[in-house]
Write a protein that binds this ligand. Sequence first.
Ligand code: IPE
Ligand code: IPE
Ligand code: MG
Length: 248
Amino acid sequence: MALFRRKQEPRPDLSDIILPEHIGIIMDGNGRWAKKRGLPRSAGHTAGAQTFRKIARYCSNIGIRYLTVYAFSTENWRRPEDEVGALMKLFKEYLEEAIRDFKDDSIVLRFIGDRSAFSDELVALMQENEAESMDRPGMVLNIAMNYGGRDELVHAVRGIAADVERGALEPEAIDEAVISSHLYTRGQPDPDLIIRPSGEYRTSNFLLWQSAYSEYVIMDILWPDFKESDLDYALIEYAKRNRRFGGV
Ligand code: IPE
Ligand code: IPE
Ligand code: MG
């Protein structure tokens, strides 16, 4: 994985390059961004939420069909109570306005992850956002909340086992397509490009199954500082990659 550094160059022309159909973003670096400024970590999350709005809209404007953002992992509950509390408050505030926020962009909102850990209020807001946006023609925006790739596979295995138990599926019929159809992203293409700002070289449990052949672009920038031009550079880097999928 190459560390992709920002360069001060004029805005590139994206009209001639092959764009990914599905982008994943690990929105990382909020805490370090706040620390650098002597602010509480929660201030980094608030700034990161603004960046998320801006970049989601930008992806939609340039014609990306699917965007999956990692907002909260199954492991993030390990953080101090006040930080988790601030994040839940931020999610609630955001979900209350999300439906209006993305209306003009025709964005379809989906939430991936295990909802059972969230408050009834938050779960109701997720359902409301999904129901109200589902018929829109635009980009599908998956927000990964209490998402973990391993947890997703555990749920998929349980679902498949239940199908076998009730006689709806023969064990021999379990193949990759069956597994994919039990994931939160069922029916969606795998991510072509995964961007990780903050310079960490790991997946942190993001889209484990789906990212088997995703191109990773690791960027030396903290998420709240991420700009449209940084996305452009990740797209240009992606367009230069030679995707072989195991072939030659
Ligand atoms: C990502 O930023 C946001 C969440 C995980 C919710 P971090 O909070 O992980 O920021 P760093 O990595 O500590 O800088
Ligand atoms: C991954 O970031 C999760 C999100 C961005 C939501 P983390 O900050 O939790 O990942 P680690 O702990 O550095 O691997
Ligand atoms: Mg982090």
